[in-house]
Design a protein around this ligand. Structure first.
Ligand SMILES: Nc1ncnc2c1ncn2[C@@H]1O[C@H](COP(=O)(O)OP(=O)(O)O)[C@@H](O)[C@H]1O
Ligand SMILES: [Mg+2]
Length: 237
């Protein structure tokens, strides 16, 4: 579904991503782990059209999407839940969800959009109780739930998630990961960036390890969990 070859991304003279290959097959749950500053967010931004690669290619559904802008990719079913959530703080929960469905206006009947909104509230009862509340006044966990729910409103086939557990209490992290598994079970393909390497590898099918802009290890998530190098560097053993 996603084929990345020789991807390089730079900020001015700083090479943040130095030529990586990465594949996500349809239906897979794949994680990209690595230390702070490794280049994970930069990679996701390039894949979702927010940054233009300096070199390399990205194929999505067999088509070259290198350099295609984000709004066009969202239209084609590739959505990003950004680091730090990025909910519209001064809009209500309800309005945030409506914004997520914006690209479907005129394409899908309002009844379908309303049904998906209801589905989001069933998945996240906490959001249902707060539908008229301003997003900026939600807790961190609720904002993360809203960010995921909003991204799902555009009916993505491939969802990119940047550090959904960041700054959240363990019990909230459990809830977020339950949701991620449910989204995957519903048939959405997922690429997940995580600092919590253990949880990410326990949740996903396959993983990639990124260090200083390069992929240094990849494989089945179970194998990576057993890998001594991964255990030392990322699982605190
Ligand atoms: N907007 C930016 N301008 C310049 N350098 C940046 C910018 N964003 C990130 N970087 C640098 O790129 C490298 C990779 O950052 P990032 O992709 O955010 O890493 P990660 O998400 O793995 O923590 C870091 O060295 C970071 O300082
Ligand atoms: Mg990051």
């Amino acid at each position: 579904m996603l084929e990345v070859r020789g991807l390089k991304v730079a900020y001015g003279g700083i090479n943040a991503v130095k030529g990586i290959d990465l594949d996500v097959r349809a239906g897979e749950l794949v994680t990209l782990i690595g230390a702070n500053g490794a280049g994970k967010t930069t990679t996701l931004k390039a894949l979702s059209g927010l940054l233009t690669p300096a070199a390399g290619s990205v194929q999505y559904d067999g088509q070259d999407i290198t350099g295609t802008p984000a709004f066009e990719l969202v239209r084609r079913g590739l959505a990003l839940v950004p680091e730090g959530r990025g909910v519209f703080a001064r809009l209500t929960v309800e309005e945030n969800l409506a914004m997520g469905a914006y690209i479907r206006k005129g394409r899908d009947p309002q009844s379908a959009i309303t049904a998906d909104c209801d589905h989001a509230y069933t998945t996240f009862p906490r959001l249902a109780e707060r539908r008229k509340q301003l997003a900026g006044t939600l807790s961190g966990g609720e904002q993360q739930m809203l960010a995921i729910a909003r991204a799902l409103m555009c009916k993505p086939r491939l969802l990119l998630l940047d550090e959904p557990s960041m700054g959240l209490a363990p019990i909230v992290v459990q809830k977020i990961f339950e949701t991620i598994r449910a989204v995957a079970s519903a048939g959405v393909t997922l690429l997940l960036i995580e600092q919590n390497a253990r949880l990410a590898l326990q949740t996903c099918d396959r993983g990639y390890v990124m260090e200083s802009g390069l992929i240094t290890l990849s494989g089945e998530a179970k194998a990576l969990l057993d890998n001594p190098q991964v255990r030392r560097a990322y699982l605190g053993e």
